[in-house]
Design a protein around this ligand. Structure first.
Ligand SMILES: N[C@@H](CCC(=O)N[C@@H](CS)C(=O)NCC(=O)O)C(=O)O
Length: 285
């Protein structure tokens, strides 16, 4: 196999196998220099015993302030802002670089070993385990009857489902695709950066065109502010405000998405959102 030596952005010499031919059977690479290589394995399940703390509040959040984590923080803080009874929570930090997501208690809540995860102890005899940020937001919004439409307005309810699913399906192209290859890969590779930049800009345009015609994702006025906005803002709002990846704002020309910018700034000013972004999570160690 021929290897090509190139200089990456930090002027470190790295190996770029431009003429890589996949072998018959894939074998994991011990260290390819990627930021998350050391934590990845091709198998699932707990890697060590680890007991998670359980506080006094009905809701126990195990998470991190990444975009997927911030979604849940926003809803919990919006519920707190409204003084909703039973929505009190304790928040614990799952440090993914310390491999807390592979601890036995965490895996028992989320077999997929990714933050955020939440346990609802409102009924202490029958605690409810939840994972996937979209599922957590839908569960809490429906439980407290806040920030999600009921089924009486069929189109509004359909929009809520459609845009929630859109976010969950689309954001991995931004985070795992564009963000990974632009920001975390050990050296710049044009093919994946071109592919995922194209898709990320297309998605930003989808939102920009949608938000040109309405204040929030589901419509106009405070009644239409919903978990759809809370799901989308941490990924696309923060990307539009150039708060996600270094140099990404200019690279993606985010200023051109003026309606998305207007919505992103409006949501960023909400007190609950400000608190959510900076939420203090109790460390496990
Ligand atoms: N679809 C999931 C994605 C969750 C996710 O990717 N979490 C990342 C941090 S943002 C994680 O825990 N990564 C740890 C790992 O991959 O080991 C959700 O929205 O909850």
């Amino acid at each position: 196999m021929n290897t090509t030596y190139i200089n990456d952005l930090n002027n470190q010499t790295t190996i770029n196998n431009i003429d890589y031919t996949p072998p018959k059977v894939w074998e994991p690479v011990a260290d390819n220099g990627g930021k998350f290589t050391s934590i990845n394995r091709p198998t699932a399940g707990a890697r060590h015993e680890q007991t998670l703390p359980v506080g006094e509040q009905p809701l126990q959040l195990y998470s991190l302030n990444t975009p997927n984590g911030i979604k849940v923080n926003i809803l919990l803080e919006e519920l707190a802002e409204l003084g909703v009874e039973g929505a009190g929570y304790d928040a614990y930090k799952i440090d993914i670089m310390e491999l807390d997501q592979f601890g036995s208690d965490f895996v028992a809540i989320n077999p997929n070993s990714k933050i955020p995860a939440l346990v609802d102890y409102s009924d202490k005899q029958n605690p409810v385990r939840l994972f996937e940020s979209g599922a957590i937001l839908m569960y809490l919004a429906e439980k407290f009857d806040k920030f999600a439409p009921d089924t009486s307005d069929k189109q509004k309810y359909a929009d809520y489902l459609s845009w929630s699913m859109w976010q969950m399906a689309s954001a991995p192209y931004v985070g795992g695709g564009f963000g990974h290859f632009f920001n975390y890969a050990p050296y710049p590779m044009q093919y994946p950066i071109d592919r995922f930049t194209m898709e990320t800009k297309r998605q930003l345009d989808v939102l920009d065109q949608h938000l040109a015609k309405r204040e929030y994702m589901l419509g106009d006025g405070e009644d239409y502010y919903s978990i759809v906005d809370m799901l989308i803002w941490p990924w696309y709002g923060r990307l539009a405000l150039d708060e996600s990846y270094e140099r990404a704002g200019e690279f993606l020309q985010v200023d051109q998405y003026t309606h998305l910018q207007r919505w992103a700034k409006q949501i960023a000013q909400r007190p609950a959102v400000k608190r959510a972004v900076e939420l203090e999570l109790t460390p496990l160690h």
